[in-house]
Design a protein around this ligand. Structure first.
Ligand code: C5P
Length: 232
């Protein structure tokens, strides 16, 4: 299980300060919409100059198939290690993206977003007229067939997804509150033990790290706990 730290801070300087504090730790960094829209590809280059981090560019691409493929091709060429798109864009969109990326010499890991972890059952039903579990399994089977590498989901769907596809099909789970911290706007949250039990491959942690008094210390504590449970 790998730790992915969400760089959701308000300014470029604050993000760079956090990255410097995390130097040398075995973490992935997640660049979100705000940072990317504001600081662009230069931010990705600056992260690479700062340290040896793997980068997940979390733009949750969603549009018509050709536009999604254009966007995914461009962000893949920036040289990030993982990107994502919305599974609800559908099979044709995911096929089109994967066909396009197959032409590149090297493509990043591609994940599909199933249901945002900020959705509870009622809100999800209002939008999709379906329940979360059935929809996530359905999205995952389609994404798996299209050749994507895994899903973004909550810890509560990770095992279901693996059972419906393959154990090797990756799950990346946001909404992690490592030691039971405040849930904020998240609804389907879980701690590290639950993430491990659900076979999550990547956990995403944002506010519990960057809002902590000592982000490096809490990150180290999370990494220690992960390596302890990895040994179980
Ligand atoms: O601060 P917190 O740990 O809640 O941050 C979670 C991060 O994961 C945010 O950057 C959010 O955009 C992202 N995310 C999520 N739920 C998803 C997909 C991504 O919370 N389904």
């Amino acid at each position: 299980m790998k730790l992915c730290v969400a760089l959701d801070l308000a300014s470029y300087d604050e993000c760079i300060k956090l990255i410097n504090e995390l130097k040398g730790l075995d973490v992935w960094l997640k660049v979100g919409l705000r940072s990317y829209l504001r600081d662009g590809a230069k931010f990705i280059e600056d992260i690479k100059k700062t340290g040896d981090f793997k980068i997940f560019l979390d733009l949750k691409i969603y549009d018509i198939p050709n536009t999604m493929a254009d966007a995914c091709e461009v962000i893949s060429k920036i040289g990030v290690d993982m990107i994502n798109l919305h599974a609800s864009a559908g099979k044709i969109a995911m096929d089109t993206v994967m066909d396009r990326l197959a032409k590149l010499e090297h493509r990043p890991i591609v994940l599909a977003v199933s249901a945002l972890t900020s959705f509870d059952e009622a809100v999800f039903k209002q939008i999709y007229s379906a329940n979360i579990k059935d929809s996530v399994v359905n999205f995952s089977k389609i994404a798996y067939k299209c050749g994507l590498d895994g899903m973004v989901c909550s810890v509560y769907e990770s095992l279901l997804i693996k059972d419906a596809t393959s154990r090797e099909f990756l799950t990346l789970t946001p909404g992690i509150r490592p030691f039971g911290e405040a849930i904020n706007d998240q609804k389907r949250v879980a701690n590290l033990d639950m993430a491990k039990e659900s076979l999550s491959d990547f956990i995403v942690v944002g506010r519990p790290i960057y809002e902590a008094n000592n982000p490096r210390e809490i990150t180290q504590k999370i990494l220690t706990k992960i390596s302890d449970i990895n040994l179980l």
